[in-house]
Design a protein around this ligand. Structure first.
Ligand SMILES: Nc1ncnc2c1ncn2[C@@H]1O[C@H](COP(=O)(O)OP(=O)(O)OP(=O)(O)O)[C@@H](O)[C@H]1O
Ligand SMILES: [Mg+2]
Length: 328
């Protein structure tokens, strides 16, 4: 796909935070925490990219930079053909409409004092969309699209009067009502009861496909990513360690970390049990990173070079990229 057709195109995106180690330390002498350490990827219209990796690896920070809730420390961000890396907040009006977030916790995402109707009206008022009758039409259409029918029976309800699944549908409707082209869904169903997750996920898949939305799913749950995403990026300590089509990455993971993650996906069929990959120890501190590969202390295959040189993320002919000295 030509670059100009991409919705999201990020190159070398980094986010470092200053962290105060004591209550009285001054800001300027505090060390940096490398939350995101040079990630590059693209999402096209209708494309779905999943970002997976364990807690603290920088998934949410990446999503927040893509929504321009956080400015990158370094790198380039092109959105729908336009360089938005350094765009000022007041020039972001159109961007804010086109790029929407589906929050993790529907109970917190909605104002408890707003009725459903008011919650859905709010983004239309903020973006100055439509006359009163057009706004009502949009609200009805958005509610029907997320399966809340007939819409008017929900108009006057408050969040505490709805179930978790219904609330997550309202959150989704609120993101869709302004006609976005890009959605970031950060752990979209992790707060929901298992019994309603599948319904909400099916719905999201159906909607993003029919509206040709570019979607970034963030989750530590690989089975969710397997179900929803065309492509998958596996993150470790702020970097992408493996990326490619979801089928390929999950069927034949190449990076030792991906192998360990895939081996941990529960399988129901004992005959197809994947080989166990033992990773030891725990993830390093993002404040004090060593030379060489960031996975070296846990990797069963680490060699001498892994302790001195950082492996690059190398693209292979198969379209897969892997960051590893040993498998490359
Ligand atoms: N505003 C901030 N100030 C300082 N450090 C931060 C800030 N936001 C995030 N971090 C740190 O950056 C790193 C990445 O955090 P992030 O929330 O992106 O991880 P995550 O992959 O989303 O984790 P989880 O799966 O737990 O949601 C963590 O070490 C976190 O503590
Ligand atoms: Mg997170």
């Amino acid at each position: 796909m030509a670059e100009r057709d991409l919705v999201v195109d990020v190159r070398g995106l980094k986010k470092y935070f200053r962290v105060r180690q004591t209550l009285f330390s001054k800001g300027y002498d505090s060390p940096w925490l490398k939350a995101v350490n040079g990630v590059s990827f693209q999402v096209s219209p209708g494309g779905t990219l999943g970002i997976a990796g364990e807690s603290g690896c920088g998934k949410t920070t990446t999503g927040r930079m893509l929504l321009k809730l956080e400015d990158p420390t370094e790198g380039e961000y092109r959105f729908n053909g336009r360089d938005v890396t350094h765009v000022k907040r007041r020039e972001l009006r159109q961007f804010r409409r086109q790029a929407q977030m589906v929050f993790q916790n529907p109970f917190e995402a909605l104002n408890p004092r707003f009725t459903v109707y008011r919650s859905l009206l709010e983004p239309l008022l903020i973006h100055g969309i439509g006359s009163r009758p057009e706004q009502e039409q949009r609200i009805n259409a958005a509610m029907e699209r997320v399966g809340l029918k007939p819409p008017n029976t929900y108009y006057e309800k408050f969040p505490h009067q709805l179930s978790g699944g219904q609330l997550q549908r309202i959150v989704l409707a609120r993101a869709l009502i302004v006609d976005p082209i890009f959605i970031v869904a950060d752990e979209p169903v992790s707060m929901l009861d298992v019994s309603v997750r599948a319904g909400v996920l099916n719905l999201m898949q159906e909607i993003t496909a029919s509206m040709q939305l570019a979607t970034l799913y963030i989750s530590h749950d690989l089975s969710l990513i397997q179900y929803l995403c065309d492509d998958t990026a596996i993150m470790y300590l702020g970097q992408i360690v493996e990326m490619g089509s979801t089928d390929a990455v999950l069927a034949s993971p190449e990076h030792p970390y991906t192998q360990a993650l895939v081996a941990a996906i529960p399988v129901l069929d004992p005959e197809t049990e994947p080989p166990e990959v033992k990773i030891k120890g725990s993830v390093l501190s993002p404040i004090d990173l060593p030379e060489g590969c960031l996975f070296q202390n846990r990797c069963p295959y680490a060699e001498r070079i892994c302790r001195s040189e950082e492996p690059p993320l190398e693209s292979k002919q198969s379209g897969r990229s892997v960051r590893c000295h040993v498998v490359n």
